[in-house]
Design a protein around this ligand. Structure first.
Ligand code: UDP
Length: 237
């Protein structure tokens, strides 16, 4: 295998940087410790978050691959870096919910913690300036964000991923409350991209119901670093 060279910075997001490699079909993701909430209104750092999130995503994406979910993950390169397939990100965030929390609780005036009769899948337009508004099939089609078929694929992957991850987390004494996924196009196929971490999932301890995710940062609950360390330990052990 030729030596992998980190090329130019292609993109810097809120939590990650993307670097070119000598292979145009592959890029390197670098996970930062930076944390934001409320669409960038709250900013901070979570010590070693980048290391933990790289490890957690690598582990979960490999698990999903082995359950026949195609992902962009190729391999971990270092503590904070992973080699991934270069995709065109579909600008739609796919949120799946098992238990009422966060924006759903605020919107429907249902207290956090109520289990839903079946999972809900929601679509949000990935657009910071517009505050990531909720959208449906019609918006996606009319704005050329994705085809109906691509959305159907993303939703069915989201529901399968929900089943796989809910069962896996349950074994680790964690409840998967809700989570956000992003997908990309690679060789004309929809594949899972971005990350699955305590930044993008709500995870509650199944015994104490303690929050073990980014809500600790969003809501100033303290113990943010320890929660990420504990989630990583439970997942990878
Ligand atoms: N989420 C995310 N990025 C976003 C918005 C939401 O990763 O830009 C995740 C969030 O961590 C949670 C789920 O998606 O696991 C549902 O979030 P919600 O709509 O309740 O929004 P929030 O209350 O976090 O603003």
């Amino acid at each position: 295998m030729p030596k992998l060279e980190k090329g130019i910075l292609l993109y810097e997001g809120k939590a990650k940087k993307l670097f070119a490699t000598t292979n145009p079909a592959e890029v390197i993701v670098y996970y930062k410790d930076d944390a934001t909430a409320g669409n960038g209104a709250k900013k901070g750092t979570i010590l070693n978050k980048g290391i933990l999130n790289n490890k957690i995503t690598g582990f979960l994406f490999e698990m999903l691959e082995s359950s026949n979910i195609p992902t962009h993950h190729i391999r971990l390169l270092s503590e904070r870096e992973a080699l991934v397939k270069k995709v065109n990100i579909i600008p739609i965030e796919v949120v799946t919910r098992n238990i009422v929390a966060g924006s759903l609780s605020n919107k429907l005036l249902i207290p956090e913690g109520e289990r839903l009769a079946c999972p809900i899948v929601e679509l949000y337009y990935k657009n910071d300036a517009a505050g990531d508004p909720p959208i449906n099939y019609y918006h996606a089609k009319a704005l050329n964000l994705a085809t109906r078929e691509q959305i159907d694929t993303m939703e069915s992957y989201a529901l399968r991923i929900n089943e796989i991850l809910s069962a896996f987390f349950a074994e680790k004494n964690l409840i998967l409350v809700d989570f956000k996924l992003e997908f990309g196009i690679y060789n004309n196929e929809v594949i899972l991209a971005d990350e699955i971490t305590p930044d993008t999932c709500r995870l509650w301890d199944s015994v104490t119901l303690e929050k073990m995710d980014k809500d600790r940062f969003r809501r100033d609950l303290g113990g943010v670093e320890d929660a990420y360390i504990e989630v990583c330990r439970r997942i990878t052990n």
